[in-house]
Design a protein around this ligand. Structure first.
Ligand code: CP
Length: 302
């Protein structure tokens, strides 16, 4: 495999190989010296056309832990502002002898477009509302770490499913790994094609929480809403917000996940996000090992 464009194109053995490779790198990251020489002959550009905290820093740290040379591009301070196209921008970066591109872009399919026009390896770090494959991999890896395996687990993805690349990549990854997947949110924030993906649909958040072993909670993505959607943030928090009292009222223990950034007090209250149910910071920790594994495995294709 030359690129990681999405989870849709991966097989279950592909995902299991990434997890097993990440297990090894997680051990490395727990040593006093956290660095290995695996990618010391590789140069990687992190090309971000959208804001990011976790993904960009996690990729950069993964690359540095693998001893790669790293350059970072942010569109807001670049010549994109002077009218340069995506392809010209990337070809100019590649002319500096760059081997891999990690790209986040607001247009769905933009990494697939690049893959048709350039020879470097491409990793999709989030393409609009489409896919966010490394997020789904680190989410699956974190469920496996907490619950022993992903297969057979019931996972509810709760929130703004319509605008979420995390939801789509998670659905693909969890189903390939044998989990049962439910989505839950207001009907206005569920895509019309959602049942075609083979997931269960639940509009009542309490019933979704009562059903699942793991709840992956998503924020409302106001930045992707072209029109004003219902409900408002206030209504959303009233009917779908998850707090510790709600979690404590269930007749079982469930795990709470969130890809970040959290809008505290909207989809999750602090007493839920910071409770013993939460593995949110474990997800962030695991993101570095997962991204090391992805970059290492893609480098083998060179
Ligand atoms: N989870 C995630 O993609 O976070 P960032 O937008 O901060 O990268």
């Amino acid at each position: 495999v030359k690129h990681l464009l999405g989870i849709k194109g991966l097989t279950r053995p592909d995902i299991e190989l990434i997890f097993e490779t990440a297990d090894t790198f997680k051990e490395v990251l727990n040593r006093p010296i956290k660095k290995v020489p695996s990618l010391r002959d590789i140069t990687i550009a992190n090309v971000f056309f959208e804001n990011s905290t976790r993904t960009r820093l996690s990729f950069e740290l993964a690359q540095k832990r693998l001893s790669a040379d790293v350059i970072n591009f942010s569109s807001s301070s670049s010549s994109v502002k002077k009218g340069e196209t995506l392809l010209d921008t990337v070809n100019n970066i590649l002319a500096m002898k760059v081997d891999m591109i990690v790209m986040r872009h607001s247009s769905p399919g933009s990494p697939h477009f690049l893959a048709k026009h350039i020879s470097a390896n491409i990793v999709n770090a989030g393409d609009g509302t489409h896919e966010h494959p490394t997020q789904a991999l680190l989410d699956g890896f974190s469920i496996r770490e907490k619950h022993g395996e992903v297969g057979g687990k019931k996972v509810a993805i709760i929130g703004d499913i319509l605008h979420s690349r995390v939801a789509l990549s998670n659905i693909f990854a969890l189903q390939k790994l044998g989990a049962q997947v439910m989505v839950c949110g207001p009907v206005t924030l569920l895509p019309r094609y959602i049942r075609e993906l083979g997931v269960q649909v639940e509009l009542d958040v309490r019933k979704a929480l009562q059903w699942c072993d793991v709840a992956n909670v998503l924020r409302i993505q106001l930045e992707r809403q072209q029109i004003k959607y219902f409900p408002s943030l206030r209504e959303y928090s009233l009917y779908y917000g998850i707090n510790k009292a709600l979690l404590d009222s269930l007749d079982k223990e469930i795990t709470i996940m969130h890809p970040g950034p959290i809008n505290r007090g909207v989809e999750l209250t602090s007493d839920a996000a910071d409770s013993h149910h939460s593995i949110i910071l474990n997800q962030v920790e695991n993101g570095v090992a997962i991204r090391m594994a992805v970059l290492y495995l893609l480098a083998q294709s060179r």
